[in-house]
Each structure stands twice: as C-alpha cells, then as structure tokens.
Design a protein around this ligand. Structure first.
Ligand code: ADP
Length: 261
C-alpha cells in the first residue's frame, strides 16, 4: 500500500509538472502557428509554391504537437471522479461498436458478461476511457492480428491475494486479454509510470496505463497485469462492488437485536 501511495504522489507531481509544461507549450505553439500564417500570406516570388510547402509542413507539425499537448493537459487535469452504480455488462456491450472500429479488421474482439454480474461503484465515463486505453494497447501488441476478449466477472479478494495493497472484499473484475507480444517482467514493472512507452515517437504517449492506474486506484480498486511474453497479456481491473444495490436488495429489515428483560 505504501508503494501505491508513493506512486500516487509521483503521479500527482508529474501531473502538475505536465500541466504547466503543456500549457506553456500550447501558447508557444499558437505563436508559431500564427507567425507561419503571416509568413505564408507574405510569401511572394518565383518559388512561392515551394516555400509554401515548407510553411504548410511546419504548420502540420505544430498541429500535431498541439494535439499532443491537449492529451497531456487532459491527463494533468484528471477531473474528480463521479462514481455511480455501473452495470459492467451493459457498459462493455455498449462499447462493442466503438472498440470494433478502433481495433480494425485484423483483430477480432468479443465481450463476455454472464448474467448475475454485480454492479460496480465507479465513474462509468472514466471506466470507458480505461477500457479503450487497454484495447488500444492490446491492438498495438498484435501487429499481425489476433484476438481481444473483454470479460466481466464477480470476484472476492482476500487479504492473502492483496499482496500489493487494497481492501479485501467484493469486486467486479473486468479483464482485457490479448494474444499479442506479451510483456517482460521489467516492462510490467514500469508500465504504469507516466510517459513510459516502448512505442515509436508519435505513436505512444506512455499515458494510457497511467490513466488506468489513476482511475482504478482513485476508485478504491485494484489493477493487475498478467503476461506471458510471446503469448499475450491480460489486464484485470477490480472495481468495488456497489454497496447501494446490496442494501436495496437486502429488502426486509433485519432484526439484529434481541431484547433482554
Ligand atoms: P503507450 O501505449 O502510449 O505506450 P501505456 O502507458 O498505455 O502507453 O503503455 C506503456 C507500455 O506498456 C507500452 O508502450 C507497451 O510497451 C506496454 N504495454 C501496455 N499494454 C500492453 C499489452 N497489452 N501488450 C504488450 N505490451 C503492453
């Protein structure tokens, strides 16, 4: 649990630093873009088209950089969560179409949510973002295609299983499995660090799993990676079972006290 706390503090500090840099950077990009536009308007003479090609390329690069700073700002600005009772089966089925489009044709994706899954207590929007991040990672780990499975299940975590912290109790487990490259232990150890990425520049930001980690730990949940290099990876999100439903389900008041004369 202490390690988790240190990690959370590190994430916070990085979030603030990132937010500051992204904000300043964005202002600088605005200045660069503005000047390129002015330059573009003034270009004259024989090689006008040739020169404009350069300003157009520079503007496109600035636009890409601006899109990156937007993502950094979104990460730094992590809004407070709005947890509510969330039906995992409904949520993952509702994402099928979006996820299918995200992974492309080489990758098949299916969801499995048997009846009787408990409702979870978490921010449904953030959970969708987390699942999307996991599915994008799964897709990227399978350049030659493969299978992604998203499953929902009830899970009871005991003290003995919670070696890295977390409260024992009832959880809803959402797991994203892929048949991709897998992750070596030293990659798993760093995977949740903000900005840690093994992807080429421009493809990875290293913020996907940071969002997942931030969301799950703020929801009082637990996240786990299981991976076999060369075989594939499963990321499990354990989100607390909603207490609300349980109290309502309990129905009749329970008489717990006996009166002694
Ligand atoms: P990004 O996807 O931008 O690199 P993430 O924080 O989401 O950032 O992931 C960090 C790194 O963890 C990835 O660059 C990759 O090396 C590794 N990783 C994450 N998910 C998987 C996966 N499903 N299979 C293999 N490697 C993964």
């Amino acid at each position: 649990a202490e390690e988790a706390l240190r990690h959370a503090q590190k994430m916070d500090a990085l979030g603030q630093l990132t937010g500051g840099i992204a904000h300043d950077f964005n202002n600088l990009l605005t200045a660069i873009t503005g000047n390129l536009e002015l330059l573009n308007a003034r270009i004259d003479g024989d090689d006008r088209d040739g020169l404009r090609a350069h300003t157009t390329n520079a503007k496109a690069a600035a636009a890409r950089a601006a899109a990156l700073t937007q993502r950094l700002l979104a990460f730094a600005r992590r809004q407070p969560l709005r947890p509510d009772e969330t039906e995992p089966g409904t949520l993952i089925r509702g994402m099928e179409e979006l996820l299918g489009r995200t992974v492309g044709e080489q990758v098949s994706i299916r969801t499995e949510a048997p009846p009787g899954i408990w409702p979870a207590w978490c921010d449904a929007n953030q959970l969708e973002i987390a699942l999307l991040n996991l599915v994008v990672n799964a897709r990227d780990a399978m350049p030659d295609g493969g299978r992604i499975t998203i499953t929902a299940a009830n899970a009871r975590l005991t003290e003995a299983e919670l070696t890295h912290g977390g409260q024992p109790g009832d959880y809803v487990r959402l797991s994203v499995s892929d048949t991709g490259s897998g992750m070596a232990p030293d990659i798993i150890a760093r995977a949740f660090d903000p900005f840690f990425t093994t992807k080429p520049i421009g493809q990875g930001t290293g913020l996907g799993l940071s969002q997942v980690y931030g969301f799950v730990s703020q929801s009082n949940g637990v996240v786990r990676i299981e991976s076999l290099p060369g075989r594939g990876t499963t990321v499990h999100l354990f989100l607390p079972r909603s207490e609300k439903g349980r109290l309502e389900q309990a129905g009749e008041p329970v008489v717990a006290a006996t009166i002694e004369a």
